[in-house]
Design a protein around this ligand. Structure first.
Ligand SMILES: [Zn+2]
Ligand SMILES: [Zn+2]
Length: 337
């Protein structure tokens, strides 16, 4: 039990630190205890699950014991989004507890395509069309290579939707839809306690990844910024993030994150002043990486850059055109110089 870490961060709300096999190497999941007034019995909800690894499950079970929570007292498992560190153990925990699983339908859909056995041709074509030099990378790792056995999801019993109120004994968890980091991401707000369980939407030390990848639709960076403006309107005393420590002043941190993206947008405009670039070329300049940087860095950096380039395109500041080999080039529109 030596690695077991949990703390009661608010009366009846426990933070469980669960291990991850990559950076950030901890995910925080939260147990919320409510009480039924008529018989004083406790009911618990779990927000996010960690991954489905042996280590994480062992740590989770130790935490339950220390918190005084019997598995069958967990009646609801609420998922902020489909990433493995949040949804990867919903299957085993649903079995263990008999709880109902809540997730936004867009996240459930994404989870089902998260680990395809083969990478479809259209996806490699998409990578090439944004300039990713696939021939330099050798074998491109697949999600499946890394997450096999650790992504054990469960079909939702209830669809999370914006504003949905989930009773947990005498407490209420309210879903607030915050697309951006993922299309169906929801933060969980406790309006009585003024506590926000933020998933990956609002993190204290790192900026959440916002990417435009092969399956992305629309304008995720615009969604992300709008979701920040949305949560700034909530009355919040404490933010309980999925990575990093509990913090206060959510508006200040949210504004820092928005500003980070505004600076990045300006940087992309500045790079494009020197002429049209594809997504990969833009990413190399914006994120300052070279051929020797790990593939696992180059891909997300390119997706994040594309989210910014697409944002500028939706604003009319940037146009796209195809060059002779079919690569998509971004260029500044007339008047954006
Ligand atoms: Zn995430
Ligand atoms: Zn996460």
């Amino acid at each position: 039990m030596s690695d077991t870490k949990l703390s009661e961060v608010f009366p009846g709300i426990f933070l469980l630190y669960l291990p991850l096999p990559m950076k950030p190497n901890i995910v925080n999941v939260y147990l919320v205890r409510g009480t039924h007034e008529e018989n004083s019995e406790a009911e618990w909800a779990l927000v996010d699950t960690g991954i489905g690894s042996k280590d994480s499950i062992a740590a989770f079970k130790d935490c339950l014991e220390i918190a005084g929570c019997r598995p069958e007292q967990i009646k609801k498992i609420v998922i902020t989004h489909h990433h493995p560190d949040h949804f990867g153990c919903a299957g085993p925990y649903k079995k263990l507890t008999g709880a109902e699983v809540y997730i936004h339908p867009a996240e459930w859909e994404r989870s089902q395509n998260f680990m395809p056995a083969d990478r479809p041709r259209w996806v490699t074509d998409w990578f090439r069309s944004h300039g990713l030099p696939l021939e330099n990378f050798g074998r491109i790792p697949k999600q499946r290579d890394f997450w096999q056995g650790m992504y054990r999801t469960a079909a939702p019993d209830v669809e999370l939707s914006d504003g949905l109120r989930i009773p947990v004994g005498d407490r209420v968890l309210q879903a607030v839809w915050t697309p951006g980091h993922a299309a169906g991401h929801c933060v969980i707000y406790l309006p009585e306690e003024l506590v926000m369980i933020a998933g990956d939407h609002l993190l204290p030390r790192i900026t959440p990844h916002v990417g435009f990848g092969p399956s992305t639709e629309g304008n995720p960076l615009a969604d992300f910024i709008a979701s920040h403006e949305k949560i700034q309107k909530l009355d919040v005393d404490f933010v309980l993030p999925a990575h990093g420590g509990v913090f206060q002043d959510h508006i200040k941190r949210s504004n820092q994150i928005i500003k980070h993206h505004r600076v990045r947008l300006q940087q992309i405009v500045d790079i494009l002043r020197r002429g049209p670039r594809n997504g990969y070329q833009l990413a190399r300049r914006a994120f300052d990486f070279d051929d020797d940087s790990p593939v696992t860095y180059q891909f997300p950096a390119t997706f994040e850059t594309l989210a910014h380039a697409e944002y500028l395109r939706h604003q009319g500041k940037v146009n796209v055109e195809k060059d002779r080999d079919g690569t998509i080039l971004y260029e500044l529109s007339n008047g954006s110089y």
